[in-house]
Design a protein around this ligand. Structure first.
Ligand code: PMP
Length: 317
């Protein structure tokens, strides 16, 4: 995700200019990885910019803090308000929003007790997470030699900064092999997830996705897709899934706030289905995109719509 600077970043309650949102090099999180973050999108809708499942993202951020033992100085409502402020002040019509809670400067050593906590919220324009073409054509992936963390090592359900070293190893290896992303197995060899997205398989009309015991992040887009699939009358199974099921199905797709609903057309050199964006994945992608872009009614109450940014009056007007 290329960073495209916007005007301001919310920093502990203040909106500071993008270039001035700085921290000390001896900040605790930079050294030991204790922090949590979120990632969500705002889409342009006919009524103004719409943020997808804002409250659920902020709840997960608060939950992530609880899991890793960080006393976040803000509640869910304050964080939601701060996100709205950040998007509005930057006059962003659509893009990506990144809240981050981190430990600052006061002491080093693994014991984080007493380190000051800070929260920032930044937002910038973002197109397709895997590139524009992948939104239609899908992506190629390989199974990673890096496993997801065991359930008693890192807290996979927390969107914690330190967990993303694992994601980076998966992504770097995948890129080295010429893939768009890697699929990680859990410590027992069951399918877990991609480096930054959940995975779904479709076989004979039924939809399968790894359960929360498979070292996944409890994805919010995953929840959206499960809801939409059930609404369409489809069977959705959240279960442990063996690796071999990656290869003998009709469709595979990934879900994520950034990744949206992206088809996987090839895994480890084997074509999935007929190698195109499959019909069930496509119907779920379309149903999701129609809601977030405000093309259909927001029947599940997922969207927070902001007043449309005021356009600058044309010169001479
Ligand atoms: N798994 C991982 C490891 C992720 O980083 C993400 C992106 N947040 C997801 C799954 C998808 O989660 P969500 O749909 O909430 O963005």
């Amino acid at each position: 995700m290329k960073l495209i600077p916007t005007e301001v970043i919310w920093f502990d309650g203040k909106l500071v200019p993008w270039d001035e949102a700085r921290i000390h090099v001896l900040s605790h999180t930079l050294h030991y990885g204790g922090g949590v973050f979120e990632g969500m999108r705002a889409y342009k809708t006919p009524r103004g910019p719409g943020i997808v499942r804002l409250k659920d993202h902020m709840k997960r951020m608060v939950d992530s803090c609880r899991i890793i033992g960080m006393d976040l100085p803000y509640d869910v409502d304050t964080l939601c308000h701060a996100v709205v402020q950040t998007v509005s002040r930057n006059k962003l019509e659509e893009g990506y929003i990144r809240p981050l809670a981190f430990r600052g400067y006061s002491q080093l050593g693994v014991d984080p007790t007493g380190t000051p906590l800070s929260v920032i919220i930044a937002a910038w324009p973002l197109g397709g997470y895997f590139g524009e073409e992948a939104r239609e054509k899908g992506i190629r992936v390989g199974v990673s030699s890096w496993r997801r963390m065991a359930p008693d090592t890192h807290p996979a359900l927390a969107k914690a900064v330190g967990n993303y070293l694992n994601s980076q190893m998966i992504k770097l290896e995948a890129r080295r092999h010429g893939y768009d992303d890697g699929i990680a197995l859990d410590v027992e060899g069951y399918i877990s997830e991609a480096s930054g997205a959940n995975i779904f398989l479709v076989r004979e009309g039924e939809i399968w996705t790894p359960d929360v015991g498979s070292s996944i992040l409890r994805g919010i887009t995953r929840a959206c897709v499960i809801k939409l699939a059930k609404e369409m009358g489809r069977v959705v199974r959240e279960e442990r899934i063996p690796r071999s099921a990656l290869y003998d199905n009709d469709e595979v797709f990934l879900t994520g706030s950034a990744a949206e609903v992206t088809a996987v057309t090839e895994i480890d050199g084997r074509k999935i289905g007929n190698g195109t964006f499959g019909p069930i994945a496509r119907s779920l992608r379309d149903a999701y995109i129609d809601i977030v872009r405000g093309k259909v009614e927001d029947r599940f109450g997922w969207m927070t719509i902001l007043p449309a940014a005021k356009q600058k009056a044309p010169a001479g007007a």
